[in-house]
Design a protein around this ligand. Structure first.
Ligand code: PLP
Length: 383
């Protein structure tokens, strides 16, 4: 064992997975744990995959992804979010956003570099930074509504800072940056030479306003790598399709990592993704509407219980403060599971800054959610 990579050995399995595995021992529990839409993949997308299999379109594709898919992706994201990227040189099809994050960060980072990660944060960022020999640096956003501000950004930049990871809407808090906030952040970034990894996987699940990408602000494009994917917008978590949008010189480097890690994304999934891009423009709409209604139910209900919560503006997560219970986030989640048969994720799965919170995923049927909230209400009342 001692000969194995010490960085890998120090990595931990994500706290989300650990807790989800524990929940498997409670078959009667209502699970609000996993970041997975409860809708099936749209029928037209499944059909396209079945046809691809029947037609034998099951061979390797170009490393960057099918040219037709990259063209469709370019059109889709240009129309939706004004992301203007060349399909031949600036877009890659990856094995999910997870893989997109991996090749983006590894392309940028050298040992000793620092990467700013506003926290509490999705647990997928930090390990990739560490694997590249670089150092993650948390920005504490708890007093700023879970958002990084120009002041908190500036306070953490030094000569080793290479990049910042920005997610909007974010996991686990559901907060999203407004156009004004992004404009101010762009102002703070302009005098620096930082790269920005923009995790926009939840952009179609934005309740308040149309999603805006920081990459579209003046002087931002050259420093941004935009991460997208179909897991959330088209309920395609198992198909493993993600995208990167980045200037040609960065993409030319990333494609090498893509080639040597996966060769290409699954051809069948790529044909499914092509259908999603060409005919699935409105697939996310009913999901977004359902999540917005669920969000309203969750926020109103948690506030009635006396729990503090920053209102989520997108995705499908709520991140209430449970510190008044006097329990650690692990203890709270375990007791809730054992006593009330409801599973949520302890906040410490999102780093030390997540301690004192729990994450509820409200990607589920409203009736199930209502029942879970009632049980949580009784549990909190009895504390
Ligand atoms: N980024 C964020 C913020 C996420 O919440 C997730 C998944 O939960 C991902 C990236 C990874 O998504 P994918 O399924 O495309 O790998």
């Amino acid at each position: 064992m001692s000969k194995l990579n010490p960085i890998t050995r120090e990595l931990q399995i994500s706290g989300i997975r650990k807790f989800t595995d524990l929940v498997a021992n409670y078959p009667e529990a209502i699970s609000l744990t996993i970041g997975q839409p409860h809708w099936p993949t749209p029928e037209h997308v499944r059909r396209a995959a079945a046809v691809a299999i029947e037609d034998g379109r099951t061979t390797y594709t170009p490393n960057r992804g099918l040219p037709a898919l990259r063209q469709a992706v370019a059109t889709y994201y240009s129309d939706k979010f004004q992301l203007e990227y060349q399909p031949e040189t600036e877009i890659l099809v990856t094995a999910g956003a997870t893989h997109a994050l991996d090749i983006s960060l590894r392309t940028l980072l050298q040992p000793g570099d620092e990467v700013l990660i506003p926290g509490p944060a999705y647990p997928g960022y930090e390990p990739v930074v560490r694997l590249a020999g670089a150092n993650p640096v948390s920005i504490d956003t708890r007093k700023d509504g879970f958002k990084v501000t120009p002041a908190s950004l500036k306070a953490h930049v030094n000569e080793r800072t290479k990049a910042i990871v920005l997610a909007s809407p974010a996991n686990p808090t559901g907060v999203a940056y407004t156009r004004e906030e992004l404009s101010e952040l762009a102002g703070a970034l302009r005098p620096t030479n930082l790269y920005v990894i923009l995790d926009e996987i939840y952009s179609e699940l934005h309740f308040a306003e149309q999603h805006v990408s920081l990459a579209t602000f003046p002087d931002m494009r050259h420093r941004c790598i935009v991460i997208h994917g179909l897991s959330k917008s088209h309920s395609m978590t198992g198909w493993r399709i993600g995208f990167t949008f980045a200037p040609a010189e960065i993409t030319a480097e990333m494609v090498k990592l893509l080639q040597y890690s996966i060769t290409c994304a699954s051809s069948i999934s790529q044909y499914a993704a092509l259908a999603a891009m060409e005919e699935g423009r409105h697939d996310a709409k009913p999901m977004r509407e359902q999540y917005r209604q669920n969000r309203d139910m969750v926020v109103a209900s948690l506030r009635r219980m006396g729990l503090q919560i920053v209102e989520p503006q997108g995705a499908f997560y709520a991140f209430p403060d449970i510190s008044a219970s006097g329990k650690s986030s692990q203890q709270f989640a375990r007791d809730l599971l054992q006593e009330a048969n409801v599973a949520v994720i302890p906040g410490d799965a999102f780093g030390v800054l997540g301690e004192g919170y729990v994450r509820l995923s409200y990607a589920c049927e409203p009736d199930k959610l209502r029942e879970a909230l009632e049980r949580i209400g009784h549990f909190v009342e009895a504390l």
